[in-house]
Ligand binder design. Sequence first.
Ligand SMILES: [Zn+2]
Length: 491
Amino acid sequence: MKDSNDKSKGKGITVKKAEDFNEWYSQLVQKAELADLRYNVKGFVCYLPWSTITIKKMYNIYETILEKKGHLPLVMPSVIPERNFQIEADHVEGFAPQVFWITKYGEKDIEEKLALRPTSETALYQMYSYWVRSYNDLPFKRYQSCQVWRAEATAATKPFFRAREFHWIEAHNVFRTLEDAEAQILEDMETTYEAIGERFAIPSIFFERPQWDKFPGAMKTFAADALMGSGKVLQLPSTHLIGTNFSEAFNVKFKDEDGQEKLGFITCYGPAISRIYGAMIALHGDDSGMIIPWELAPLQIVIVPIIFKGKENAVLSKVKDIKKQLKKYSIKIDDRTHISNGEKFAEWELKGVPLRIEIGPKDIEKKQVVLVNRLTKEKEFTSLDSLKEKIDEIAETYTNNLKKRNTVDFEKSIDDAETLENAKESISNGKIVRCGFCSLEKTAFPCAEIIEKEIGAEVRGSRVKGETKTFKKCIVCNKPATKTVYLAKSY
Ligand SMILES: [Zn+2]
């Protein structure tokens, strides 16, 4: 799109988010300079500085929360010998099709091929058998921040959401009893709400996943789904009650108080930070571009001096003063002279800088500035004397206002359905469907298959806390409903 009168138009997003979400997202990623998809290996993406700065902040927030709750950091090798990989049967079956293998170094074949970790259970638990000796070592809580590699079929159709290499945190814990392990699952859910809900402003619901959709090798899987602007849900962190399957396979045992050797109960939790970033920009953004929570923004405030010939010095020196006053924030003066003010405004809106300050010669005379809030798009005058207080107030409320805006939408997007016909209609209207279901055990899988085939949605599972609704019958087979489940399309 070209418009010779306003060059900024061609640089902005040309579709509406509500009308064409996929195109909106892909333009956002490109035009806000978040990722470059031209790297010449399929499914591997370059993250550019604007996304990387925020992703690092997200890591930092998450790591701080985990460490406060007693997880210690470590760094594991990124290669796993084939032997380890084959110790736990369900696990190998679940991940085998996605593993990248290293088979050579230089010209030589490697004797035992090495997997690039798709996840680290089989690397860590072998070492846990050395590190966990006694009940005094428990609970044993560790995490690492790292990349993992999975050869997903749909790679790179959506940068950040899915790619063949992604960036995450994985926490792996060993406990003395099943109850302790179950308590950790609840703690992981709290951590999710604290990081993703409070700090990143993304509302989500935790579901217990059906048995046919759990983590390979786990007893139970719980996962948070967030609703994207497109009517599809995206799975955010999941936490798995692994139980003793892996302890048995990898010999993770401890000597209990009574002198007996016992198997440790394991849980693991995997927030995929790059994917959460994708969810965040998809959920928060609007037709003008990105919206970023205050503390995650690479740049929090941009000052645009409105310059007229002959009055440059007065304005520029005032602007430097203001910057100094606000130095606790990430702040920048945009004094580029080769582009118009309109272009600057559009660019920083596209990139989601939370606050813009405009100041020209007239404002200086009146001892005021103009503030423009990215979230509300409201413009207001503030006197220079109270500027600092005003901005502190915006900094404090910005993310919370964003969260409030997002929370309203979630519950509104759930429809109850008694028949497949109703469910189909709701799904096609971009809703999540709540309905009765016979069971979440593997025996109910045929009913889930019918839902997938007939209405193109998945059974996401049953809500972990706060379910208020019950149904008499399974929406597919009409047997008595033992569960209230949610159906949705997903990424
Ligand atoms: Zn059924």
